[in-house]
Design a protein around this ligand. Structure first.
Ligand SMILES: [Fe+2]
Length: 386
């Protein structure tokens, strides 16, 4: 467009405006219906050049997989020594399952989530992390500290910006970017040796939790009570519909990734058990799956442990391995005495740790191992999956 054309159009614009002055005002744009809608024009003005992890190794989904490592709770400001230990165990894939950075460190409620962007920027710059990514493909879910403030859920007004930062950093697929939330699934390997990864989003859609009032009797293990509303959701309608479709696909082994713990009821921190009806619905959905064994991986707790239970709504035995944390432990050794739990099948290890899942396709068994940051095995189990 030439300068004179622009001047002409500008002149026409003022002519049109002045000629409209005596008639009814043009209809106003409808006011935004939510904080998120109101924020979108602002977010559109922020730079789209948000931090990205280095491209890293790519997962080959055409080949059978047998060695998967995973972990959670990694603070960008702390040492990154565990990556070389994990790499030495030769995983073909690493699952980063929440609190992957602590974006809420120093956060004061700013809408641009500057501290989250800064956390990703710092994490992307660690040479140990860059080297690990170059060797091992990674997939990720998030938990509260890389989603929003501590224990936050769907009510977090800036979740769309948070999702943009996550998807940029982790180089999420087009399918993940196209929908609200960051849930994902991947099918790996040929028929007979197919692993389905189901990576849940327990944050973006989660309804508010119920807080227990303080009392002298309240156990010192968190302060969330049971949400008994039948409408309270962990996954949200769209993710539920997606999950049903995923579980219809045939698979030989399904690895369910949930940032928060599924099976245990032994504490009042965040867990699926705080929404028992939603957890029952989840068990029923898993029970209706199109075949294949299952194992659950979780994080969040800053301690690692094995759990085994046979929930009534599921109707079969299920194992869960919680691995946490990668570099932000709050203690040492087995701290299980403070959290008695009838379904825990190991100590409750507060050392820095990661999980290993090895599939023996010939035997139809999964070997699960919780390893300390020096590689030492803290506890191991073998589980038959077919
Ligand atoms: Fe967490």
């Amino acid at each position: 467009m030439t300068r004179s054309t622009i001047a002409l159009l500008a002149g026409l614009g003022s002519l049109v405006l002045s000629s409209c002055a005596n008639v009814a005002a043009a209809p106003q744009a409808a006011p935004p219906q939510s904080a998120e809608e109101a924020l979108r024009p602002y977010y559109a003005t922020l730079d789209t050049n948000v931090p990205q992890a280095n491209a890293g190794a790519q997962l080959d989904i055409s080949r059978a997989i047998s060695r998967i490592a995973f972990g959670s709770c990694n603070h960008q400001n702390r040492h990154q020594t565990i990556w070389s230990t994990i790499a030495a165990h030769n995983p073909e894939l690493f699952l980063m399952i929440g609190d992957n950075v602590y974006g809420d460190f120093g956060y004061r409620g700013e809408a641009d989530l500057g501290t989250f962007a800064h956390a990703y920027q710092l994490q992307a710059s660690h040479p140990e992390f860059i080297a690990f990514r170059n060797q091992v493909p990674m997939l990720a879910s998030w938990d509260d500290h890389d989603f929003g403030p501590n224990d936050s859920g769907g009510a977090f007004s800036f979740r769309e910006r948070s999702e943009q930062l996550f998807e940029s950093f982790w180089r999420s697929s087009d399918a993940v970017r196209a929908r609200p939330g960051i849930y994902d699934s991947v099918m790996i390997g040929p028929e007979g040796e197919r692993v389905q990864l189901i990576i849940l989003d327990t944050r973006f859609f989660r309804d508010p939790l119920v807080s227990l009032p303080y009392s002298a009797e309240r156990r010192p293990l968190g302060h969330y009570g049971i949400t008994d509303s039948p409408d309270a959701t962990m996954l949200g309608a769209a993710q539920w519909a997606w999950l049903a479709g995923e579980l219809e696909k045939p698979a030989d082994l399904r690895i369910i990734v949930s940032s928060i713990q599924l099976l245990t009821d032994a504490h009042n921190y965040e867990k699926w058990g705080n929404m028992p009806l939603e957890r029952e619905r989840f068990y029923r959905a898993l029970a209706a799956r199109n075949g294949g064994g299952m194992v659950v991986l979780s994080g969040d707790r800053h301690s690692g442990a094995f759990y085994q239970a046979t929930p009534e709504a599921l109707g079969e035995e299920l194992w869960e391995l919680t691995a946490s944390s990668l570099n932000l432990s709050f203690g040492e050794g087995d701290t299980g005495a403070r959290e008695p739990d009838p379904i825990r099948r190991s100590g409750f290890y507060s050392d820095e740790n990661f999980g290993m899942l090895e599939i023996d396709w010939a035997a139809g068994e999964v070997a699960l191992n919780l390893r300390r940051s020096d590689g030492e095995s803290l506890h191991a189990e073998r589980i038959r999956f077919r």
